[in-house]
Design a protein around this ligand. Sequence first.
Ligand code: ADP
Length: 372
Amino acid sequence: SVKCTSNTCCTLAPLLRKIAAQKQQIEKSVQALKHQQAEFAAITQSMNEGLLVVDAAGKVLTINQSAQRILGIAASPDTPLPLLELSRNLVLEEAVKAATAGRRTEHVLALNGRQYRLLASPSGPAESVQGAVLLLMDDTENLQAEQTRREFSANVSHELKTPLTSISGYAEIIRDGLVQPQDIPAFAGKIYDESARLMALVNDIIKLSRLDERQAPAAREPVDLFHMAGQTAAALQTQADDKSIALAVTGAETTIPGVPAILSEVLFNLVDNAIRYTQPGGQVQVAVGREGPQAFIRVADTGIGIPPEHQPHIFERFYRVDKSHARESGGTGLGLSIVKRGALFHGGRVEASSQPGHGSTFTVWLPAGTDA
Ligand code: ADP
């Protein structure tokens, strides 16, 4: 055997042992990091939110599947590409610029008909920003609801002003003695009508706001829709008689778990519309029943109908097919929005079909529940 004559070997041995131990330690750490990375990838890949990490130069370091889908870009290759080369979205560009400059910003990104909230934060300490983290959340429903509320408030003010302007106008000319005494009852009648309109409007607005805020009592109780339809028809019988409209209710007892006040509004608005938009001598039929797990209320009329181009909009707030006719018909423009919200409140939906000149049919579908 060869005898070691050198001393070096003996001095090196502990060092080599130490290196070997360190190597093992490093391997362990690498293993742990790999594990963590896999965990991170598993979490981020399954996220619904889009997650993007870019470096200080704006190159994509990490992009999860959701972010790729939302932004419509492919997974980053091994060589990281600048995000702004992959997507030429101006909002995204602004967000990356701000974040890499150390500022935290929030944006709304509209893509493919959806709206996303984009949160962009700098990564690393403020004095030496290493890049940015971008989070994309689909917030379409919330943002749309916000938009609807804003538009609604603006429209409400406008709608309230119209009758108020008439009321104060008539009152003013009476006060100033500009109306002949014999004409005063007629003017008072106009004031009365406009006040009624205002009252109807305010009532509908309150109902809708309650439905929006879900302040309506949440406790459900058994409601027989057939019985309720009979009551609604009775309440509107005079209106039907005035126009010689034949109003009929068919069906059988159909009990569902519901909120009576809301369901009664749904029925009232549908039958009220059917009578209002049907010429004298026409027919309005209310049918109540059940189809499998669903109860239905169907209100069919032989009225003026709704032109196809208007049909997609009739459930919007304050939408009216014929704006000039709407005033004399006395509607608030909110009836069908109340019907729609009322159906949604109960987990149901409403359908409309119509043939201009022949009539319209509105069907509300409501979950019939188990106890019914
Ligand atoms: P309104 O108070 O004006 O009736 P609604 O929200 O109830 O408001 O209805 C919106 C619009 O839809 C109405 O202005 C009318 O043009 C149309 N509409 C609703 N129901 C009927 C119906 N049964 N027949 C024809 N048109 C209808």
